[in-house]
Design a protein around this ligand. Structure first.
Ligand SMILES: [Zn+2]
Length: 879
């Protein structure tokens, strides 16, 4: 194939023509939907006259085109790939087009498509061009009026953005609704939904006294799964007013649940479209973590109404402007609503495991990339999660109140505009007086920065010094020498020998027991005065910057921090570091052919945590009692031996299980509750502890423990307990018990695809060697479909991302399976294909044999004709 075009940030130009108003009319039909568009356009004041008009379109059958009411002859325009060009247009004109599209044939799920007979849209980032010819770029903002026409019997509900202003019946059993959105918006926020849907309604009264109608549209069988999301939406609306002073601006806010959806959810103005997995919840079908995820996503999409919709991105390179900020907003919302330290632990675990892996691999890119082939490939953990960390650092640097003044000013200054990352950061600099010039490098330099810290203690002078050396490793397109020092906030404190915090004294400053150091140089030395004894430092509290910080802690110091640090996050982190060292000890013993043993310090710490469970809140304790994941451990090694990591982690888990058996039993029993299920923080913590205990009990492989899991499976009244028990039975390979439980689960839930996704996932992730055959067999199961992204993620995504020992089988069969599926999806759904292939691209730290097999699988993919999405990822991976 010819090489796809690369788009560069440095080439940005404002659009030659902008759109004032957009009138759309849809006549819906599965194979031939007619879309008429009337665009009132004007030359951009910053562009010269006479520049050709350029519109974007893909898979459109153009039936008519006219300019200022006169049909354009073929000679007046040309179509070149995805561009329609009209060389000669006046400064001010009306363009009319009519196209035909086929929603039924649209398996890519971008633009307008059908899902279970329902019409819906996904236009971010460049889906609108699959609906009509348009200057489909976020800096073109227009007022939209949309008329939707459809069959009244099969499509009783017809929705679009804004408020309904007209509706009525037409001939042939059809009807129409006209919607008007008073807020100018970019085309990526356009939405349309039509189908047989039920609606659940509620109201929210804003602080200023306006009443907003809240509507949640679902298919009839899902009506019993709407209550939680409606509540979450109201909590989010209240929180955003209290925390950011933001109020909702339209008279109605609609959410629609759709089964076939590439992403989690989409913040279209006034009409959010959700993957059903990100909005439907019920205690019988949804685990605790699912409730929390849904609450976070509902809030996230709602928050976008200001951070994304009212103030949007100038171009797609600025994606982190809306996503980083909005993820940060939803993270703090969840922290305020549940447990702040647990939320931080979970977010950092994802960042350090997955985003750091992205940073270390061939698809590494800055939070603001400077070029792309396919922008859909940049909806990444780097843009979202690291982007959120960058905003969090700004808040750490400015302090809560000044940060709020900054966001108020930002919303005020740029309301109704399409802006850049600089506009956000400069606003923060303006309100705080802090120079954030160097801070901008966080958006420009890819890779995870490393900070090595060394200590010196001078007993005579009572001085304790810490030397920080920072550097960022090379990433594709950015050599190590080009990386400049970053502006890094390091929150820290010092503990004395009794575990008490030390009063800090640096220069003439007396910041108290804790301070935020602002590193700006490649190397910096900080001297703490009046330190009477050699302290233990607690560094990077709350994970105050997205970096890898190395300090040469002894194991005793790590155990000490677990027991005495005042920072919940750092207590957890110290325990994780200790567990990692214990696991690596065992791994080295296994690799050297020696008999492994369990590290005494780790055993001590677990013994301490289990004997004094009240030292931490229960939810934090449940996190502290879990060992780091195999994926996280692999990320800590320069040379990865997948099987040795798995065996070593399993050995440590089993040893802790056996040696502390009595405590695990007691922990299980003390957290059993008879109360009716609630997704409340209190109950979630109990269930988390109980199920962690169950996992350790089952790790011994004891018959009694598996019987307990079986008993829990049979008597559980909520999905959290059911799934925890079933996971133990299947992952611990409980033979007939596991088979019977899987069958019972299937018989009960085969009608509910979202529950069956969990059934697929827990089989795909079992560590036993039969997993690969099981996955292949499940691909033929009625619960699976290659057409639905949730099913693909549940089975294939889970296998390739979370079943390391089987995905990395020595015979390469795991890689072959993924390559086969990626090639099939390359044709039907390129966006999902390009995301699914990523585990195959992370071969750099594996041994030569695995590297060859993975590269071989990638080359097999490269030999086919590839979508732009997959082309970009594969070329990077094989570069
Ligand atoms: Zn978002």
């Amino acid at each position: 194939m010819s090489e796809p075009e690369v788009v560069y940030l440095k080439d940005y130009l404002p659009p030659a023509y902008t759109v004032e108003t957009t009138h759309l009319t849809f006549e819906l039909a599965p194979e031939d939907t007619h879309v008429k568009a009337t665009l009132r356009m004007k030359r951009h004041p910053e562009r010269e006259a006479g520049v050709p008009l350029e519109l974007f379109g893909a898979n459109l059958d153009l039936r008519a085109i006219s300019l200022n009411g006169e049909a354009l002859p073929d000679s007046r325009y040309r179509i070149d790939g995805e561009r329609l060009i009209i060389d000669d247009v006046p400064d001010d004109f009306v363009l009319d087009t009519e196209v035909v599209i086929a929603p039924e044939q649209n398996t890519a799920l971008e633009g307008l498509y059908r899902s279970n007979g329902m019409y819906c849209t996904q236009c971010e980032p460049e889906g609108f061009r699959r609906i009509t010819w348009y200057p489909d770029r976020p800096d073109v903002m227009a007022k939209f009026t949309t008329t939707v026409i459809g069959d009244k019997a099969t499509l009783p509900i017809l929705l679009s953005n804004g408020n309904p202003i007209d509706q009525g019946d037409l001939e042939d059993g059809r009807h129409f609704v006209t919607w008007e959105d008073p807020f100018p918006k970019p085309s990526y926020l356009f939405a349309l939904v039509a189908g047989q849907l039920e609606v659940v309604e509620s109201y929210f009264t804003t602080r200023s006294g306006r009443t907003v109608l809240l509507q949640l549209y679902v298919e009839p069988q899902n009506l019993h799964k709407t209550e939680f999301s409606m509540g979450a939406l109201k909590r989010a609306m209240k929180w955003d007013k209290e925390t950011y002073g933001r109020e909702y601006d339209l008279d109605r806010f609609m959410i629609v649940a759709v089964d076939d959806f590439n992403m989690g959810a989409m913040e279209n103005k006034g009409l959010n479209i959700f993957n059903s997995s990100a909005v439907l919840a019920n205690p019988e079908t949804t685990i605790d973590a699912g409730f929390q995820r849904i609450e976070g996503i509902v809030a996230h999409e709602y928050f976008h109404n200001w951070s994304g919709n009212r103030v949007t991105c100038r171009d797609w390179f600025q994606l982190a402007l809306k996503e980083g900020f909005t993820v940060f907003r939803d993270q703090t919302f969840s922290a305020d609503t549940n447990s702040a330290p647990v939320k931080r632990i979970e977010d950092v675990a994802v960042l350090r495991t997955q985003q750091f892996a992205e940073d270390a691999g061939p698809t590494a890119h800055p939070v603001r990339p400077d070029h792309f082939i396919e922008i859909s490939n940049f909806y990444t953990l780097t843009v979202y999660e690291k982007g959120a960390e960058v905003v969090r650092m700004l808040r750490n640097l400015l302090g809560k109140e000044t940060f709020r003044r900054g966001t108020d000013t930002y919303f005020e200054r740029f309301d109704g505009q399409a802006v850049r990352v600089e506009d956000f950061v400069n606003t923060m600099a303006d309100v705080s007086g802090i120079d954030l010039g160097q801070f901008m490098r966080w958006y420009e330099q890819a890779g995870t920065p490393r900070i090595d810290v060394a200590e010196e203690y001078d007993a005579e002078r009572q001085e304790y010094a810490l030397t920080f050396r920072q550097h960022t490793p090379a990433t594709p397109g950015q050599v190590a020498d080009s990386k400049l020092p970053l502006h890094i906030p390091v929150r820290m404190g010092l503990l004395n020998g009794r575990g008490n915090p030390i009063e800090l004294a640096v220069g003439n400053e007396r910041p108290g027991h804790e301070m935020v150091l602002e590193l700006r140089e490649a190397e910096e030395r900080i001297v703490f005065k009046h330190v009477a004894e050699k302290p233990t430092p607690s560094l990077l509290r709350g994970f105050s910057a997205p970096v890898i910080l190395n300090f040469p802690y002894t194991r005793e110091q790590l155990a000490f921090l677990v027991k005495y640090d005042v920072d919940g996050f750092n207590r957890w982190d110290a325990g994780q570091r200790l567990a990692q060292e214990a696991i690596f000890d065992v791994m080295h013993a296994i690799q050297a052919g020696k008999a492994p043993t369990l590290d005494d310090t780790l055993l001590d710490v677990f013994d301490y945590l289990l004997k004094t469970p009240d030292r931490a809140d229960r939810a934090v304790l449940a996190e502290m009692l879990q060992l780091p994941s195999e994926a996280y451990l692999a990320g800590q090694l320069a040379q990865v031996d997948i099987n040795a990591i798995h065996d070593a982690r399993a050995f440590v888990e089993r040893s802790l299980a056996e040696q502390l058996h009595f405590h695990w039993q007691a922990l299980y029993e003390s957290n059993v509750t008879k109360a009716a299920y609630e997704p409340s923080f209190e109950q979630i913590s109990h269930r988390a502890l109980k199920n962690v205990a169950l996992s350790y009990l089952c790790a011994t492989g004891d018959e009694d423990a598996l019987a307990l899991a079986d008993q829990q499976f049979k008597t559980a009244t909520n999905m959290t307990d059911t799934r925890a028990a079933l996971t133990q039975l299947v992952h611990r390979h409980a033979g007939k018990r596991a088979d019977a439980a899987l069958k019972a689960f299937e018989a009960r839930w085969s009608h509910d695809p979202l529950v069956m996704d969990q059934w697929l996932t827990l089989q795909a992730t079992q560590p036993h060697p039969e997993a690969l055959d099981r996955v292949k067999a499940l691909m033929a199961h009625p619960a699976f479909s290659l057409r639905n992204p949730n099913r693909v993620r549940a089975l294939i995504g889970a296998f390739s991302q979370h079943n390391h020992v089987n995905f990395h089988r020595a015979d390469g069969e795991g890689y072959a399976l993924l390559a086969d599926i990626v090639l099939q999806l390359n044709k039907s759904n390129p966006e999902i294909a390009a995301r699914l292939v990523l585990p195959l691209t992370r071969y750099q730290r594996l041994d030569e044999a695995h590297q060859q097999l993975m590269r071989g699988a990638l080359e097999r993919i490269r030999n086919q004709s590839l979508s732009r999405n997959l082309y970009e990822v594969i070329e990077k991976a094989l570069a």
